[in-house]
Design a protein around this ligand. Structure first.
Ligand SMILES: N[C@@H](CCC(=O)N[C@@H](CS)C(=O)NCC(=O)O)C(=O)O
Length: 217
């Protein structure tokens, strides 16, 4: 199977790339420079009409939406243990709920903090303050879920990586992450995971090749 990940260093495609690294599969990567709006170009819209990363080409067929791609990779590479599984149908669906929470609730709140100007033609301060309030409510939930444990208990999952990425970018936008010591401790544990380390190295190599500076890893 031929896999190509369309990504940008530091974007939410970091989670997808970490999943591919955890699967131990060979894949191509293609950097889409969202700093120059390449994601909106006609060429890239032919790949992903939504104009977003990540996108995953699977034998030339395009898959979009991080949550869907992560579920796909979990099904394709069960040995990687990206998500927990259960015979109980209600428990089995819980990781999908968590991934959708990440992509549809946490990601927009984080983006209000990190890029409030994208949400308004007026003063972005109110948008940012609103994002801070929304993210704070969720950070309390995240902190409780990763306090001296992984999100699903003893083993890390791709949800831990997603939560790490969201909190990390929110902090870059000024969110006071140090008010949540359990999240800071969780971030340190995530940073020691080999698949995440490999993904960051690969992002760094891609940024270097493209001459992109100032990415915070
Ligand atoms: N719903 C999409 C959102 C993806 C998304 O917002 N990606 C960002 C990078 S983190 C992006 O491509 N931004 C460029 C843009 O919005 O123009 C998903 O979960 O995959």
């Amino acid at each position: 199977m031929d896999l190509t990940l369309f990504y940008f260093p530091g974007a939410c495609s970091r989670v997808t790339m970490t999943a591919l690294e955890a699967a131990g599969v060979a894949y191509h990567d293609r950097l889409v420079n969202i700093r120059t709006d390449e994601q909106k170009s006609a060429d890239y819209r032919r790949v992903n009409p939504k104009g977003k990363v990540p996108a995953l080409a699977v034998d030339g067929r395009i898959m979009t939406e991080n949550a869907a791609i992560l579920v796909f990779l979990d099904r394709l590479f069960p040995a990687a243990g990206l998500l927990p599984h259960s015979d109980d149908p209600v428990a089995e669906i819980a990781p999908l709920s968590d991934l959708l929470w990440c992509s549809s609730t946490l990601h927009p709140a984080m983006r209000q903090i990190r890029a409030p100007d994208k949400f308004t033609a007026g003063d972005p301060a109110a948008v940012k303050a609103d994002g801070m309030g929304k993210f704070a409510a969720e950070a309390t939930r995240i902190a409780a879920g990763v306090d001296a444990r992984w999100w699903y208990g003893e083993r890390w999952s791709i949800v831990d990586i997603y939560l790490f990425w969201l909190c990390n970018v929110a902090e870059k936008g000024g969110f006071p992450l140090h008010d949540y010591p359990a999240i800071i401790d969780h971030a340190a544990r995530v940073r020691a995971l080999p698949p995440l380390i490999r993904a960051l190295d690969r992002e760094r190599a891609g940024a270097d090749r493209a001459g992109i500076e100032g990415i915070i890893y």
